[in-house]
Design a protein around this ligand. Structure first.
Ligand SMILES: C[S@@+](CC[C@H](N)C(=O)[O-])C[C@H]1O[C@@H](n2cnc3c(N)ncnc32)[C@H](O)[C@@H]1O
Ligand code: SF4
Ligand code: SF4
Length: 377
């Protein structure tokens, strides 16, 4: 058995809103749900080949599908992976508009993570609907969720303000830029790379010295762990994800990535392939893999290649070509990661009093200093 896979499942491509930046176009966001036979095929085939799997329920808007669908999914996971086997986990990634106490209570019972896409005070820059109203129904203590904050041209310079907003609410937050795909390909929502870099570093610098902060800042915290040599440290874009992720559409078609992956990289259909391995032997997967290898060959001389792994193939695709590096996502990672690495190396070299630092950084650094064998720099 292979050790682990991340499986993005899109139970529907339909959405209850129409975000300005969505990489799925309105024509793609059509009604229609994954049927139970497809769901069962998927969960069974994953369980037969992988020791463990993380299912990320995505879309479209996954919470336009009734709770009974997720109850069925969990039932199937329990059947094929084994109840309480710790072989599987789940995250629902939602725009939050259909969140309610009943759903959150079920998620708590079944240890399902809930991720809400939400830009705090700037939510209406990209999205419609009053998610604050929904989130207001939840209790801070019991209904824990994390936030994915998608940064646009209008919020690139406001990342520090956004970090403070979520920190003050004790909410874990991850930032990522709008990529030029689907609706965002030509409507001005993609942030300027230099502004994004500046905003990202400003937020990081405050978080780094925020000794009272109770939240990790993502991806920055993951970059620190990556620099310190943790074994599974980084975000999906920088982990060489091909062969470790699949994304499955409502009709069962399989793609190597969830980010508006084009037809040319389709890996077949879960109802037709005999196994997940067979999907990885498809022409579509071979195509993206070969193009991605060509891009990585161009990255060979990059000083931070071992931390970046050549970045995300879909980001490169939407920025021009899967075979090329040097686009905005490459520039952003280079600048932000190098800044973070310099700060962390400075701490390792000078061993300052760590009390003035963020507790997450403090623990990561002290862990490494106590166990110096794991420092790989
Ligand atoms: C496609 S949505 C699907 C799940 C759900 N509807 C939601 O909004 O969370 C998943 C995430 O992708 C992000 N996203 C959509 N289009 C994007 C783009 N062009 N660039 C970067 N992120 C994007 C959304 O902001 C959201 O956080
Ligand atoms: S980003 Fe999510 S909520 Fe927004 S339109 Fe796309 S699928 Fe819907
Ligand atoms: S930062 Fe850019 S050039 Fe360096 S490895 Fe990543 S994608 Fe390649």
């Amino acid at each position: 058995m292979k050790p682990y896979i991340s499986v993005v499942v899109k139970p529907t491509l339909f959405c209850n809103i129409s975000c300005r930046h969505c990489y799925h176009t309105p024509e793609e966001r059509v009604p229609g749900e994954m049927d139970y036979a497809t769901l069962e095929n998927l969960i069974r085939k994953v369980s037969e080949e992988y020791e463990s799997a993380w299912f990320i329920w995505h879309g479209g808007e996954p919470l336009t599908v009734p709770l009974s669908f997720y109850k069925k999914a969990i039932e199937l996971e329990e059947k094929y992976f084994g109840k309480q086997s710790f072989r599987y986990g789940n995250t629902i990634q939602t725009n939050g508009l259909n969140i309610n106490r009943r759903l959150m209570s079920y998620c708590r019972t079944k240890a399902i993570n809930v991720g809400v896409s939400y830009e705090g005070p700037y939510n209406n820059v990209l999205r419609e609907g009053d998610v604050e109203k929904t989130l207001g129904y939840l209790s801070d203590k019991e209904d824990k969720y994390s936030v994915s904050c998608t940064i646009s041209s209008e919020t690139a310079s406001k990342q520090l303000e956004l970090y403070r907003y979520f920190r003050d609410r004790g909410t874990n937050v991850s930032f990522s830029p709008v990529i030029p795909a689907g609706c965002a390909s030509c409507n001005g929502t993609v942030p300027d790379a230099d502004e994004y870099i500046k905003g990202s570093i400003e937020a990081f610098d405050e978080w780094l010295h925020d000794s009272e902060s109770e939240v990790p800042l993502i991806p920055h915290y993951l970059y620190i762990l990556n620099y310190l040599g943790e074994p599974t440290p980084s975000d999906c874009a920088h982990t060489s994800c091909l062969t470790k992720w699949i994304s499955v559409n409502p009709d069962g078609t399989i793609y190597p990535c969830a980010k508006a992956c084009p037809q040319e990289y389709c890996m077949g259909n879960i109802n037709e392939v005999g196994s997940i391995s067979e999907a990885f032997q498809s022409e579509g997967f071979r195509r993206i893999l070969l193009s991605s290898i060509k891009r990585r060959e161009k990255c060979a001389s990059c000083e931070i290649y071992r931390f970046c792994n050549g970045g995300c193939s879909m980001d490169a695709y939407h920025e021009g070509c899967v075979e090329d590096n040097g686009g905005d996502s490459c520039r952003i990672f280079k600048e932000v990661f190098t800044h973070i690495a310099d700060e962390i190396q400075g701490i390792l070299d000078t061993k300052p009093d760590m009390n003035g630092y963020n507790p997450f950084v403090r623990d990561a650094i002290i862990g490494k200093l106590v166990n110096p064998k794991t420092i790989v720099q």
